[in-house]
Design a protein around this ligand. Sequence first.
Ligand code: PMP
Length: 452
Amino acid sequence: MSSRYERLKRLDHAYVWHPFTQMQDWMADEPCIIESGEGHYLVDINGKRYLDGVSSLWCNVHGHRKRELDEAIKAQVDKIAHSTFLGLSHPPGIELAEKLISIAPEGLKRVFYSDDGATAVEAALKIAVQYWQLDGETKRTRIASLGEAYHGDTVGSMSVGYAETFHRFHRDLLFPVLRLNPPHVFRYYEGMREADALKHAIDEAEKKLAGEKDALAALIVEPLIQGAAGMWAHPVEYLRALREICRRNRILFIADEVATGFGRTGRMFACEHAGVTPDILCVAKGITGGYLPLAATLATEEIFSAFLGEYKEFKSFFHGHTYTGNPLGCAAGLASLKVFESQKILERMQPKIEYLRERLAKKFLPLDHVTDTRQWGLMVGIELAEDKQTRRSYPVEKRIGHKVILEARRRGVIIRPLGDVVILMPPLAIGDDELKTLLDVVCESIKAVTER
Ligand code: PMP
């Protein structure tokens, strides 16, 4: 190891507090320090290359140092790096808003920018609640969400997406939410056939949502696949049914496409698979091709127009952040959407999605300790268990998922698990050979760890 590595390691261990990280383990370990990127690879400061198997936390789309995105950001830096969107505007913010509306599900007409997935969700929840206050249905203040949902780590997004392990210390800060059980045959409807679980889940949603309809402002859903829960997929029929129940009961339908948006599921937005338009759409992560923190909350004209009025009525949406709509992020977003078109990213993904499906079934599912594989597009969860038949989990202290990712890292692939679910989320533009390498390495790593 170079002396530069040793110095940075010492400083990291002395000064940095990493997110979602047990720092006691971290400080006893050798950190992987990434210095640069090349296409779908990350390069550490010792020169070792790693395939970026989780798109740098699910956001990279076209690879690292993509010429078109680099140039767009550099051109914007030569104009201005940041100017506020509060009371002023700028070209990339305006042009990206137009572009987002042109690709979003029909009916969404306005773009409210923020910075991260969680902030896009906070804005959505506040818009929904304020909308009903302005519309005169002042009792509609509650939010409904799905069990096992994850919508971010700020207090509002934690409330709607509660996970015991992550959020138990903050329970008293959270607001109460109406929870629906999604049709997961391994969790809520154990042992049931998928069709029966779907029926039960829809019936339950119907009863609970209709039962509280006068108190509910909105239902928030991760469409088609609940990512951080461990890639829990649900069929398009469930999404369609939820949308329809909300429409009938006049409950706003919020789609959180922070993870699924920008091509991840094989369509630009996951809602498209079900032919569904939400009232509010949250996007982040892939919006800038994975380059810069930017997010957006899109709303229908009906919602937007409820906020209009004389200044003295104070109906405005009094909400925003310093870097809301940052011009560099917007320039990256515009460049990324151009690459989607010019390089036919969505079309070129389709054979990769099929290849992945076939490999999961033939190569991964037969492994002794793989109990399930779940996939929507290039979003994959591979669930490991100590006992395949009974689905008995590994004891937590064995940290099997973590061991698999360390093994993969030794072999030149970066992935990140969710407990004992191994996640694969390669950049959408990943090459065929690179995808094969990713799958081969992850498969060998699972075998090496679980058969040890
Ligand atoms: N919503 C969903 C569906 C997510 O998957 C995530 C992050 N994984 C978030 C919200 C929060 O996004 P961020 O980390 O950018 O705040």
